[in-house]
Structure formats: C-alpha cells, structure tokens
Design a protein around this ligand. Sequence first.
Ligand SMILES: Cc1ncc(COP(=O)(O)O)c(C=O)c1O
Length: 370
Amino acid sequence: MIEQVPVSPLDPRIGRPLEDLDTPTLLLDRAASDRNLAQMAAFFRDRSAKLRPHFKNHKCVTLAQRQLALGAVGMTCAKLSEAEILVEHGIDNVLIANQVVGAIKCERLARLALRAKVSVAVDHIEQVLAISRAATTVGSTVFLLIEVDIGMGRCGVSPGQPAVELARRIVDLPGVHFAGLQAYEGHLVNVLDRAERTTRARAAMQQAVETRRFLEVARLPVGCVSGCSSATYDSTGAMDGVDEVQAGTYATMDRQYQRLAPEFEVALSLLVRVISRPTSTRAVLDVGVKGAGAEFGVPSIRDFPEAQIPVFMAEEHTVVQPSPDWRIGQVLHLIPSHACTTCNLHRELIVHENGQVVDVWPIEASGQLT
Ligand SMILES: Cc1ncc(COP(=O)(O)O)c(C=O)c1O
C-alpha cells in the first residue's frame, strides 16, 4: 500500500477539473502510476534480484519515495546532480550508473559520499585514481561498479579480463571500494519482438555474469551486478548472477514503451490546447519539442485513435493534419514518445484522479545536467 503524500492545501489547482488548467502542462495519473509501481515491486518481492529504479525517468523525489516505500533498495541515476538532489531529500543509497569525471565532480562525489552510500560506474584507471584522491582528501568511501560494455557500445570495459585488471587496481586504493559490475543492455531494449528481445538481452547480460565469475575466481568478490530496464526486467532481471534492476520508465510509461512493456499503463500525459485551425483539416497544438521529448518520434493523441498522429513538431507547435473537427481552445492529452526527456523539460507533475487535480509534485531534478 502506498502512503498518499498529503495534498498541499495551498495550491489553487487542487480540486479543479483538468480542463481548467493552463497548458501545456505535464500530468500524472496517480492510480495508473501506483499500479505500475506496485506491479514492478511485486515482481521483485520474492526474487534474489532487487529493484533500484532509475530516477532519470521522472526526476521527481515524491515518485522516488513511493518506489522506495514499495521495497526498492535504492535509486539509480544518470547524473551526479540527480544523486545530490536525492541525498538532499533523505534518500541514502544511490547509484550513479554513469561515469563521473573531472576535478570538480570528483570532489562533489567524494563529499556526497560523506552523507550517503554512493556508488558510481567506472571504466578507466584515471577516473578511479581521481575519485580515490578526492575521497581520501575528504575522508569518504565511494563504491565503484566497473562498467562492462555488453554490446551497447557506449561506456564500459570489455567483458572478462579487462574488468579483472581494473578491479585489481581498485582494491589496492584508498577511498574507494570495489562493489561489483554495471552492465546495461541498452542496445536491445527496443527490440519489439519480446521473445527475440529476451534471447538477445540474456545473451548480452551473460557476458556480465561470466565476468563476475572471472572476478570471483580471481578472488575479487563481486557484491553486485546491476543493469536491465523496464523492457528486460523479467528476462535479464531474472538471471542468476544479476542482483539489481535499474528499470525506470515503467513508473510513468510513454508511447515508445507502450509497445515494449504493455503490462504497464501510460500514466504520463501532456495536457495541451488547440491554438490554431489554419485550414479545415489542419490543427496546431500549443506544445513543441521544448515541452515534449521527441527523440522517439511525435506523441500520440489520447482518445483520438482516428486522428492522424502529428505530422511535425516545431519548438512550440505540434501540427496535426488531417485533424478531427477540433475547436480552438479544445483540450487534448498527448502521450509523449519519450517520458524521460519530457519530464526533464517540466518543473512539476500535476497529479490527477478521476479528471480532477489531487496533488502537485515538483520535478526536483528537471534540467539537471551536471
Ligand atoms: C544505465 C541505464 N540503466 C537502465 C536504464 C533503463 O531505463 P528504462 O527502464 O527507462 O528503459 C537506462 C536507460 O536509459 C540506462 O541508461
């Protein structure tokens, strides 16, 4: 059971019907999101792997607290600034599943580790040495997960021996603790066919599991192998040797993920208005790519399956053609193609149930890039 965050009596929007809101505004269907959180939490309740949700999805501390209340072991994030915000709000176990590089960041990281258990991905000895120096200076310990590239071609050492060599260097250094492996099968998350996704993602993750075995044979204990996503939680997340699942988008969902993991509900939408009808077949909406992440394409329009999906988005406009017979000022719900970049553009989530605003949750980490 998720404890409801008390409604702020101060916000005049609470209690109003959604149609009364100014637009564009980002909405969260609380009941749908709660069902998503509960369903994912239930999947991991009796498994050896645990859930460490990815904060990059919603960047909202209230949602993170709700995920933790349902049993998540900590939060994953992509940026040091996101980790700082989580710790600032009392969340004391965070993994930055990304490289933290540069003197300024290493010092911030080391200081953050005085206040919480902070783990970070590493893939090069230079980065490790800088973190070790910074942590030694301030007197903290930073937990390091060696990132292994299991096929995505982003960060990470190659599986096997390179990870063993880096781990050997880490265990001799002060201020850092070798905690395990970071391995994300991101190149396979969007494979539409679920059986094919499962087979290929498991084969990719097997490289991390084998690397774990190499390390253990070399007497380098692996506390944790962390990876996976909302599209692979039930495949790679159920493998022996995988300890933590960094699923993110299941909390809000979006148009792209709707096709990948339909067992979760789309809780996020953008309330928009029709601002122009230049012709009888063209409608223009009051949001563009400055308000809706569009890397995975244009949004869809809820409740209008017959409407053509928008033909294009500009900075502040979305053009639908041909369009249904919408009137000027008509309110619509868009389902963003990508929740994570959409949340990053907004300062708050208007939380609703049964067509009414029930709460307003800040998106504390929106726009955080460092
Ligand atoms: C390091 C890492 N872990 C996990 C995920 C999975 O997140 P999601 O469940 O939103 O696909 C991502 C997505 O970008 C990621 O970069």
